[in-house]
Design a protein around this ligand. Structure first.
Ligand code: M6R
Length: 612
């Protein structure tokens, strides 16, 4: 969480820092701050609780702070409540050093006690302030910033991406990273550091990715990178081909809405280059039939919505591969003594490629000797770089905290990978391979048909927005889809919502159904449609209001019994969740809109979860 940016250039830094922060606000948005160095004023810092707008106002769009060197931060609070004091940048006691941080310093209390004993005074509750005070202390001792940074890095434990400026260094900012993302950007009017490429895309597409343990010295003219022994390193530059406009709202009311609408095209981009001459052709990943046959285990490991993709896949892959597939929450994986060995395939799914739990799971899988494959959206992200192989979902930048197009592209990419592995094993049932590929090719058009129902979803949003509690019920793939639909609703509308496997209702949860309880009944899975209908009858008999989701084929039957029905086109059964989820994303969106929620930046959340 948190986004950091730094700029060393030949033009005013403050407006550039604010602009960059505005692109990264999705990473954290409870407070923000910038610090700029100028020859006239030395270090000047401004911080403001709340959204970035507050900082814009406080600094008059950056005009109040002059100087070509600066750092900025947008915060998702971990240590200390969101307020002005705890906002970054933090400043050393002598006022000479300013520092921004993304990550967590685990041994901060112990260091803080030492510094307090030396008489250093603290002004915040954060772990980060400990770093800047320690840095100030060592700088006073040794007189060299680089040397002082090296000493601090050897002392602290935890995860970090740092941006540091010092009033004694008019031209240079220093950056360091461990377990938190940090990129270097090479611009015309100066050079950058940033947590995320979208922050600097307006100014440059030439970037390098910092690795753990590296330290960078960035000036307007140069970017020098060192290892922890301060040995200079050669960094490879990459060109980012993301479209700048893809990271902008472009007239849409919310990023989430725009990203929902982008799904057909994103899915087409993810699928179509990977189907050649009627076969799945995966870039960056291949296995032999023997290697697949020898697999002892297949794990899919992820968090949040990406985990829900894994749940859908378990149903699909076990059908295509006739092999057990384990889906694990990344936050649990490394603490559960996973049975990974050299014959295991561990697939990590992540939009950002920076989720700390997913990264830790990846490292654990590698440590145990497993073969790792990352399914990631952000090119060059940490998970993408550390996994043995990576296949990218080509969804483009996703800005809204609630994922939509990343989920959809992950789903279809996992369908392709499942087909690929099943084909190698020879276990895909006769005719299914071709039928699924045909279904995937038709998916973008059918997704567009789902998006044609925007008005109906708007109406349903206004009909149901004032419910306090919602249950999504379904069986098999419908249950898996319900997990995602329920998360979407709760994270942006703050309505309590649960997804239940319908068959489980009578084992406890049905006692919560009373007059008027909203139940979203998912009945798109053809093989279990009759059972889905029985569950609708059961909850209706107990007074539930039923909003159903089904396919054209079952429209008539469902409409007779449910209070309202959403209908999506029929497709191959294993692809049905890719269609069903779309109106449910829209439903969550319109419910949240009716409730006046901050859709793109829901409370307490951040897009990229880089803390445990
Ligand atoms: O970047 P990742 O895909 O690793 O993120 C995983 C989850 O944090 C993410 O899917 C989260 O659940 C979304 N906010 C859900 O909309």
């Amino acid at each position: 969480m948190c986004g950091i940016i730094g700029f060393a250039g030949r033009v005013e830094a403050a407006p550039i820092l604010l602009e960059g922060l505005s692109r990264m606000e999705y990473r954290g948005y409870d407070s923000a701050g910038i610090a700029v160095r100028s020859d006239n004023w030395g270090l000047q810092a401004k911080k403001a609780k709340g959204r970035l707008e507050a900082l814009y106002g406080l600094t008059h769009g950056g005009a109040d702070l002059d100087g070509p060197l600066g750092i900025g931060h947008t915060r998702w609070a971990t240590h200390g409540e969101p307020n002005d004091c705890n906002a970054h940048p933090h400043i050393s006691e002598d006022g000479r050093i300013a520092l921004v941080h993304n990550g967590i310093i685990e041994n901060y209390l112990e260091i803080k006690e030492n510094l307090l004993r030396k008489g250093i005074r603290f002004t915040s509750d954060t772990d980060t302030e400990v770093v800047v005070q320690l840095l100030g202390y060592h700088y006073q001792q040794c007189g060299s910033m680089l040397e002082a940074v090296g000493r601090v890095l050897r002392r602290i434990e935890g995860s970090y991406a740092f941006g540091i400026i010092c009033s004694d260094y008019p031209n240079a900012l220093i950056a360091a990273r461990k377990d938190s993302p940090l990129i270097l950007g090479y611009g015309e009017n100066g050079n950058f550091i940033a947590s995320d490429v979208t922050a600097i895309l307006k100014y440059t597409r030439d970037v390098s990715y910092m690795e753990d343990g590296e330290i960078a010295v960035v000036t307007a003219e140069s970017v020098d990178v060192f290892d922890q022994e301060l040995t200079p390193l050669d960094k490879k530059r990459c060109r980012v081909d993301w479209d700048v406009s893809a990271a902008e709202k472009g007239g849409y009311p919310h990023f989430m809405f725009k990203e929902i609408l982008e799904q057909p095209e994103a899915v087409r981009k993810t699928v179509s280059p990977r189907v050649q001459n009627g076969r799945v052709a995966l870039d960056g990943f291949s296995m032999t039939a023997e290697e697949v046959r020898n697999l002892s285990r297949i794990y899919i490991v992820a968090c949040g919505s990406a985990y829900h993709v894994g749940v859908v896949c378990k149903y699909i892959w076990e059908r295509l591969l006739r092999r057990p597939v384990e889906v694990c929450l990344a936050s649990e994986f490394r603490y559960s003594a996973p049975l990974v060995d050299r014959n295991s395939l561990v697939i990590i799914i992540s939009q950002s490629g920076e989720t700390l739990d997913s990264m830790a799971a990846l490292r654990e899988a590698k440590r145990l000797g497993g073969r790792t494959l990352a399914v990631v959206n952000v090119v060059g992200s940490s998970i993408a770089r550390e996994a043995d192989s990576v296949i990218y979902t080509w969804a483009g930048p996703e800005i809204a905290v609630a994922t939509t197009k990343a989920y959809s592209t992950q789903l279809v990419l996992m369908d392709l990978i499942g087909l690929y592995l099943g084909d190698l094993l020879g276990t895909v049932p006769g005719g299914e391979y071709e039928a699924i590929l045909k279904g995937l090719a038709e998916l973008p058009d059918k997704m567009r048909a789902c998006l044609d129902q925007i008005q109906e979803m708007q109406y349903l949003g206004s009909r149901y927005f004032n419910h306090d509690s919602v249950f999504f019920i379904g069986r098999n793939l419908d249950y898996a889809m319900g997990l995602e639909a329920s998360l979407k609703l709760k994270e942006i509308s703050y309505i309590h919502s649960e997804a239940y496997a319908s068959g489980e209702l009578k084992h406890g949860t049905i006692s919560l159904i009373e007059e008027g309880t909203l139940v979203v009944a998912l009945g798109t899975h053809a093989a279990l449609f009759d059972k889905a209908m029985s569950n609708v009858v059961e909850v209706k008999a107990r007074g539930a209001e039923v909003l159903a989701l089904t396919t054209e084929r079952y429209r008539e039957r469902m409409e007779k019994i449910a209070d309202a029905a959403i209908v999506v086109p029929d497709t191959h059964p294993i692809l049905q969740p890719s269609l069903g989820v779309i109106p449910l994303q829209l439903f969550a969106y319109y419910v949240a809109l009716q409730r006046g929620c901050d859709i793109d930046k829901p409370r307490n959340l951040a897009k990229s979860v880089t803390v445990e």
